[in-house]
Structure formats: C-alpha cells, structure tokens
Design a protein around this ligand. Sequence first.
Ligand SMILES: Nc1ncnc2c1ncn2[C@@H]1O[C@H](COP(=O)(O)OP(=O)(O)OP(=O)(O)O)[C@@H](O)[C@H]1O
Ligand SMILES: [Mg+2]
Length: 460
Amino acid sequence: MTTDPALPATWPGYAKSLRRLLLEFNRQQKATRKIDLIDPRLADYFLSTWAAKAREDQWPPLTARNGQPWTTWLVMGGRGAGKTRTGAEWVRGLALGEPDFSAAPVGRIALIAETAADARDVMVEGVSGILSVHKNFERPDWQPSRRRLEWKNGAVAQIFSAEDPESLRGPQFECAWLDEFAKWRHAEETFNMLQFGLRLGTHPRQLVTTTPRPIPLLRKFMDDPHVAVSHAATVRNAENLAPGFLERMIARYAGTRLGRQEIDGQIIEERSDALWSRAMIEAARCDVTPPLKRIAVAIDPPASSSHRADNCGLVAAGIDADGFVYVLEDASLAAARPQKWARAAIALYEKYQADSLVAEVNQGGEMVEAVIREADPNVPVTQVRATRGKYLRAAPVAQLYEQGRVKHARPFPQLEDEMCAFGPEGMPGSRSPDRLDALVWAVTALALSKKHAEPRLRRL
Ligand SMILES: Nc1ncnc2c1ncn2[C@@H]1O[C@H](COP(=O)(O)OP(=O)(O)OP(=O)(O)O)[C@@H](O)[C@H]1O
Ligand SMILES: [Mg+2]
C-alpha cells in the first residue's frame, strides 16, 4: 500500500504485476505472431475486461488518503478523460459482486446526474454508460419509465436528478454514483439528502465523477483525508477519443486557466481581479422565475464576417416587474457559420417569445442584421455598438450581481466559468469571452440601457 497521500493505493501488488505480465505477453505475441502459447481467445477475453483496460486512476482505490477504507471516492478529470466509464464500470462491478469491487453483490444503488435526461442518456444509455459496459448475458433490464435498472441477481439501481433533491428523501442505498457533480444545480442539498439514505449494508459508499469546478463542496472533498481522490487529464484517454476531439480541445483551451480545468481536470483557483467570484454566482442562483415583463435575447456574433465557422455568444434573459433580471438560457454555439447562429438566435427568440434580439454590430458590421433578416425578416433586431472596452462594459453588470439584482434560473457552467475568468485584461490566452459578452448585452439592454429604462422599474 502506498504511503504517498496524493496517490491512493489501488491495485494490490500481485494484481498489478499479473496485469503487466499479461499486457506485455500480449504485446510480444502480437510482435512475434506467436499464438500457440496461450489460447488467443482467452488472451482476448482477458484483455477486453475492465481489469485489463482501466488506468490506475479508474480503478477503485483501496484506501482514502488517511490510509483507511474510503466512503467517498472522487474522480476528477478533464473532458473525455474517462470519468463516466469509471463510474459505469464501478456500478457494474458492485451489482455483479465482482471481487475487486465488492465482496458480495450490492443490491441498492443510486445513480444521480445533473438532470433526469443526463442520468438516462449518459449514465445508463450513453456510450460509456452502464448498459454499454455489460456483456449481453449480464446486462441489467432497463425500465426507463420506472427509472430503474434491474440485474438478474436482484440488484437494483435507481436514477435521480439533482434538480429534484426531494426525490432522494426516503429511499435507502448501499452505494451511489454521482456524475458531473460540479455542474449540479443543488449540489449541496442533493448531496446532503443522499447521505441520509446511504445507510444500507456494511460499508455504504459513493463515487463522485466530475470535471472540476471550484464549488465549495468539491473543495471540501479535496481537503478531506477520508476521501479518496483520483485524477486524470484528457490526454491520458487520447487513444479512446474521437479523432480531432483532443486537437479541438487543445486549440481552444491550451495555455488558459480554463484549460487547466477542462483538459487537465484540475480545480482552478479564483482570480483575485475577476469581475465575478464564484460566491457571487452561487448567491445568484434561484429556483423560481417570476413572470417577466420583458425578455431579450442577445447575440455576440463571431468577429469575422467571412464564412469561417467561429464561436457565437447567445444568451436569453428577462426582467420582472421589480427590476430583477433573470438569466434564462445560455445557448452559445461553438464553431457556427452565420446561417447557423442566425437560426439559433431566432429559435431562442421564439422559444421565450422575446421582445427584442440585441445584436452587437461593431465587429460584423451590418452583416449581423442582414443575416438575421435573411433568416426571418420579422424579428426586431436592436443593434448595439461597443463604445467602451469589454471590461468597462461588463463592470456595471457585475455590480448588479453584487446587489443581488441578477439571478440565474439554472446553472450555466461554461458561462459562469467565463465570468469568473474575466479580468481587466480580458480572458487569459487571448480568448474572446463570447458567452459573457452576450450576457452583458442582454442584462444591459434589460436593466441598464437608458432607452429601455422605465422609472417605475428602477429601485436605485
Ligand atoms: N481505460 C479505458 N479503456 C478504453 N476506453 C476507455 C477507457 N476509459 C474511457 N474510455 C472510453 O473513452 C471515451 C470517453 O470516456 P468517458 O465518456 O467516460 O469520458 P468522460 O470523462 O466522462 O467525458 P465527458 O467529459 O464528455 O463527460 C468513451 O468511449 C469510453 O468508453
Ligand atoms: Mg462523462
């Protein structure tokens, strides 16, 4: 067992060397084309199992950092690093009672995702989800309407959404898998609720898999010696990712603070000079959106008017009768051509029956309105021109947040990351804060623009 607190002990020594031996044996066999030493089907079978494929950080640690058995295992990784696969294989191992995972089959398992759709589409039915990591003969019966997986041995896993912490009140579990935890709307509440129900069996335990974001509970896990922590950067899973994925991620994030989060899978600390802090954003969360008086969709179109695909900020927000602004949706697009972003902007406008479509025009010139008009001549486009730098433009919006006058109707992880990374020199790595720009235009149009300001809405 390792004594290095940063590296939880995982594979017992004999398993490690057996695995190394088999991998090496397979490599040599392939190299020399000698297949008579071992039945090739047996070698193939072994090498297709998770025990032969899992990386160190994907295999359940034996102990937490304090040397004791863990009850919480935190797996942090970059995008596509293999987090979901780790969770799905862990659940399989528990439900089937595979000796590396559990001494006996675990009968009651909770699966919790950001939304019910994520639990279904990613954790259960996804490419690296639970159904896909089972062989045909062992695969559990999936009953979507009952939100339940049932294995032949009677083990049951139930899916839950972090949007509804109350649904965890009552049921009891032996184990739980929590995917993309740092994106959850009610992370703390859902987690606490789960802890009450995690009380069956001799050793209740939970696995948290997530791309890290500096939310308080994640920091707490990282500081807690009772928690086992594993970690992987996206590059470690390069050979299993779709061609081009890693290159695109690197082109977008390399050398930036967000890259440390999205590619390296590390928690990034707050920038002291950022306009927004995580605490301000946490304080802006709300569950209920009141009736809104006016709704604006803002678009920060790609800088170039050429037909090159580029990122486009697209945000919907509304203002209520008391002058509180509610950010409703971040529908920003990566690598979109003009027709695509124009269609997306109009769709968002229609979805919320917005009053105006606010478009920044200084960069794309008249092109922006023309492109939108071409897609739909009836959408009223309000053109806005940046007369001040991005930071000065964003500062009054940040101030509204500080006054508690802007609310987020749900979490917007990418937008919120941009907000917290944006300082006086803009974004690190000369990236353009597309989402943030669109947010600033929407909030400005609703609450700060003289043209729209209605005295009775103002409380200042
Ligand atoms: N050790 C491994 N061996 C083989 N394939 C793997 C391994 N780990 C992960 N994969 C595969 O890599 C792909 C990405 O993995 P996965 O979906 O688990 O990543 P993720 O970190 O959850 O990604 P995201 O950030 O998109 O949620 C999947 O096809 C998965 O099956
Ligand atoms: Mg995943």
